[in-house]
Design a protein around this ligand. Sequence first.
Ligand SMILES: NC(=O)c1ccc[n+]([C@@H]2O[C@H](COP(=O)([O-])OP(=O)(O)OC[C@H]3O[C@@H](n4cnc5c(N)ncnc54)[C@H](OP(=O)(O)O)[C@@H]3O)[C@@H](O)[C@H]2O)c1
Length: 248
Amino acid sequence: MDLGLHGRIALVTGASGGIGAATARLLAAEGADVVVAYHRGADAAEVVAADVRAAGRRAWCVALDMSDAADVQRAVTDVGTLTGGALDVAVLNAGFNILTPLATLEPDEWDAIVRTNLSGTFYLLRAVRPLLRAGSAIVTVASVAAETGAPHHAHYAAAKAGVINLTKSAARDLAPAIRVNCVSPGLTRTTMGEMTVAGTTDNLVGKLLTGRIAEPEEIARVIVFLASPAASFVYGATFDVNGGRDLR
Ligand SMILES: NC(=O)c1ccc[n+]([C@@H]2O[C@H](COP(=O)([O-])OP(=O)(O)OC[C@H]3O[C@@H](n4cnc5c(N)ncnc54)[C@H](OP(=O)(O)O)[C@@H]3O)[C@@H](O)[C@H]2O)c1
């Protein structure tokens, strides 16, 4: 199936690693040019950009800190300059977590996690909207923890629940010109996924129908579908990509 992404221009946050890097590569394979947005991983972002160019597409690397509204606006203004003032896809994938039991969770850490994951998604939505052409798509990224909660995830899970709800309100406000949808991944083999496994005594894999965690590409494929014109009738949806975790 042709997803209809050829010649489109996509911004992917958190594209220096994990799910975002897989998404950037897959978008390029489908014919899109990609802005590879990163936070601290400049070298990793350059590797992803080189892969996008090797696929015959244009790539630009842009640093941004999604927890800082002014920095997001500065970076997205730079994106507009690089891309000629237009975007067709924004994948708001970047995220950050620290595993902390509720008993020792301090307000500063709560604020940092909520500001990065939830406020940061709003800062990006606000900044990219004027660049998005009619027929564009935004894909946000939440987490299975948003719906189930998880030990030591109180701030992160609450922030990601907010991302799901923000997605629905944004979908209402921006329709029909811009589609906004969410992908809610389960445990995935990335830096964050490995930290989650290392930080819990829960049998996380035992909760899955798959008997294994996801590869980043398995999440990226669903993100790229929702970002594409092939998903033209999907508005305000949250796609759970979690190996059947909810069914256990
Ligand atoms: N892996 C899982 O098991 C899992 C499960 C459910 C949901 N998720 C969600 O999936 C998304 C991708 O996660 P991942 O597993 O691919 O994580 P990852 O491998 O740890 O990558 C996180 C990405 O986010 C970027 N980032 C972190 N803080 C940032 C900030 N303040 N501003 C801008 N970018 C920032 C990082 O940039 P630099 O490296 O350049 O600093 C990196 O590119 C996240 O939203 C995460 O919450 C992951």
